[in-house]
Design a protein around this ligand. Structure first.
Ligand code: C5P
Length: 238
C-alpha cells in the first residue's frame, strides 16, 4: 500500500511515459512530483490527469519573481488542482508572504482546499565556490536554517531541503513544518549525479516529512518492487 510520505518524481517529458509509470505503480504510489521538464512540455493536462487518477501532485516549479507576479503564478497553479507548490525562499519574506496570503484568499473565494506552499532553501547543487561567487559570507547551513525560519514566519507550510539539513530545520522550525527531501538512495543503489545522498530511513530519522525519489523508482528494472522496498524501509520509521 502507498505511503503518502513518498513522492515519486516524474522526470519525463511525455504524457505516454507518465501514464506508463503511473499505471505500472498502481496503488503502490499515491503522490507524484511534476517538475519543469514535464510541465513545460505537457502543461496543465498532466496535473489534471494525475488528479483524475486520484493522485496527489507536488508541482515543483520553484517560482521566483516580484511578489505580485509570484503570487499570481501560484494562484494560477493552484487552480490546476495541485496538492503542493513551491517558491524560492531567496525571493524574500514579502514575496513568500504575498504568495501564501493570496493563495489562501483565492482558495477561500473558490471554496477549494488550499494546497501546501513550501520554499526551496538553498539548492543542494550549490557548492561552497558557487555560494562565495554569489557574494555570500555566511555558511550554507546557516543560510538554509535562516531561509527555513523566514518561510515559516511568512506562513508557508515547509521547505524543500537536503535530508542532511533536515535535523537542523526540524529543530529550528518545530514539528508542524513540512521538510521535503530529494537525494534519496536506498542502501546499495546507484547515486547517479547526486553527491550527498541518504537512505529513506535516514532521511525520515533526520526529520524529513516527505521523500522525493526519482531514478531509484522510475529507472529500476522493476519499479513496483523498488517502490515497495522503499515503503517497507519507511514503515520502520514513523
Ligand atoms: O532521480 P533522483 O531521485 O535523483 O531525483 C530527485 C528529484 O528531485 C529530481 O526531480 C530532481 O530534480 C529533484 N531535486 C533534487 N534536488 C533538489 C531539488 C529537487 O534532486 N535540491
Amino acid at each position: 500500500m502507498a505511503d503518502e510520505r513518498l513522492i515519486a518524481a516524474l522526470d519525463f517529458h511525455t504524457m505516454e511515459d507518465v501514464q506508463k509509470l503511473v499505471a505500472e505503480l498502481g496503488d503502490s504510489v499515491s503522490y507524484y512530483k511534476v517538475g519543469m521538464e514535464l510541465f513545460y512540455s505537457v502543461g496543465a493536462p498532466v496535473v489534471t490527469w494525475l488528479r483524475q487518477q486520484g493522485k496527489d501532485v507536488f508541482l515543483d516549479l520553484k517560482l521566483h519573481d516580484i511578489p505580485n507576479t509570484a503570487a499570481g503564478g501560484i494562484c494560477s497553479l493552484m487552480r490546476l488542482g495541485a496538492t503542493m507548490l513551491n517558491v524560492h525562499a531567496s525571493g524574500g519574506y514579502t514575496m513568500m508572504k504575498t504568495a501564501v496570503d493570496r493563495m489562501h484568499a483565492e482558495a477561500d473565494k473558490m471554496g477549494i482546499k488550499c494546497p501546501k506552499l513550501i520554499a526551496v532553501t538553498v539548492l543542494t547543487s550549490i557548492n561552497q565556490e558557487d555560494w562565495e561567487g554569489l557574494g555570500q559570507a555566511i555558511q550554507i547551513k546557516s543560510a538554509v536554517v535562516r531561509y527555513a525560519k523566514l518561510a515559516k514566519k511568512a506562513g508557508l507550510d515547509g521547505v524543500v531541503a537536503s535530508a542532511q539539513e533536515a535535523a537542523l530545520i526540524r529543530e529550528a522550525c518545530g514539528d508542524d513544518f513540512l521538510i521535503v527531501t530529494p537525494g534519496i538512495r536506498p542502501a546499495g543503489s546507484d547515486t547517479n549525479d547526486q553527491s550527498r545522498v541518504v537512505t529513506p530511513a535516514e532521511a525520515l530519522s533526520n526529520g524529513a516529512s516527505h521523500l522525493v525519489v526519482g531514478r531509484p523508482i522510475y529507472a529500476a528494472d522493476n519499479p513496483v518492487l523498488a517502490a515497495e522496498n522503499i515503503i517497507k524501509e519507511m514503515e520502520n520509521v514513523k
